[in-house]
Design a protein around this ligand. Sequence first.
Ligand code: NAD
Length: 439
Amino acid sequence: MNITVAGTGYVGLVTAVCMAEKGNAVTCVDIDQGKVDLLNRGISPIYEPQLEDLMLKNRESLVFVSHYQEAYSNADVIIIAVGTPERKDGSANLQYINEVAKQIAKTVEKDCVVVVKSTVPIGTNDKIEKLIKENLQNPVTINVVSNPEFLAQGSAVKDTLEATRIVLGVESDNAEEVMKEMYKNFNIPFVVTDRHSAEMIKYAANDFLALKVSYINEIANLCEIVGANIEDVAKGMGMDPRIGNKFLQAGIGYGGSCFPKDTKALHWLANYNDYELKTIKATIEVNENQKIKLIKKARKYFTSLDGLTIAVLGLTFKPGTDDLREAPSLTNIPIMIEDGANVKVWDPVGIDNFKKIFKQTVNYSQSIEEALIDADICFIFTEWNQIKELELEKYKQLMKNPIIIDGRNCYSLKDVKKAGLTYESIGRRATVQQSLLRK
Ligand code: NAD
């Protein structure tokens, strides 16, 4: 099949490369000339395990362009994977997807199926179909299909090639047939439904996972108050197959390009229709408070962060990605700087993106050890393996005060106690060297 993918971000590029791997000829179009230039040099503009290797393996079947005129005219299927970011009021910004719809309408020269992979509010696929049909320049038939994406950054290639399900929201038999043909080599079960339901499946699934995270974080907060251990609690809960053990890791809240905006967008949509989604409202509120928990914990040791050297380990919203969208590091580091701290940061892949969005002064460290030297306190925001595998003795050897405030529960309480560290984590008892407590 001739497939065109609009947008070469985390979803678009991964989809394109996997479609090429499954034997299709794929054209990728992106308005970002810088990304297209990198792609044409065989370099992936995003960090995602396996992606670059698979892209190089399939380079004969992949074309990258920045002009839409070349991209849409000859496609059997056009997959839209452009961003749908959050607007200030919480609703989804559909300007990019509307733009692609108009570009398709102007240039498409043969019958084709337009697949909306971007996460969009319920009813958007109908509007996209209408927009394309109203602006068509040639006498062709267009069917729009909702095919939401469930990949997770950090395992996106695997999640695409071995997805748990392919959701198809279709309004015509022909569109369903074309989609099944496109996915025929994937051997993944289909959930076929109407477009509104497919759009809702995506939001309902993402918001449920966010709800699970906020739920376990609230239980963790209560564990701290009543003296229970969240890891044991989560283990005991997760072994029940009705609950499952995924998304039960307590921490400083969810971030990334999906959960924050998708919870707000569904909440907005419900409000707009005079309905309040109370569970999602609470999910968002709990997450906002959770993000700043570590700074509150640090105040046990220092009234102010003024003049302190702070080591920050991990910048990205989770391990395995260079994405910083809505990462807790972006909420916390400005507070440290405003307080007058000298901040040293380390992240294995997130520093370039951090530099692009964060304009205040911080020191960039090449290694964890470099970040720890002479630090008064250390904050952990991302559970990278390099952090989890660090010898705990290093904190004691390198820091001025071995105070670790860990937002991701990277270490066992037994190990930190043995290493003689002062250690605060989420939902577990603190290990405190009394001499380090604020008088
Ligand atoms: P992204 O920001 O990484 O990439 C979007 C790309 O689209 C950018 O490269 C941008 O330059 C390009 N673009 C914008 N307008 C364009 C146009 N007119 N023509 C061609 N390209 C254009 O976004 P993403 O993270 O890949 O997310 C894309 C969509 O998929 C969103 O709706 C998101 O909610 C959804 N989604 C994302 C994930 C994820 O983990 N990132 C998972 C599932 C679903």
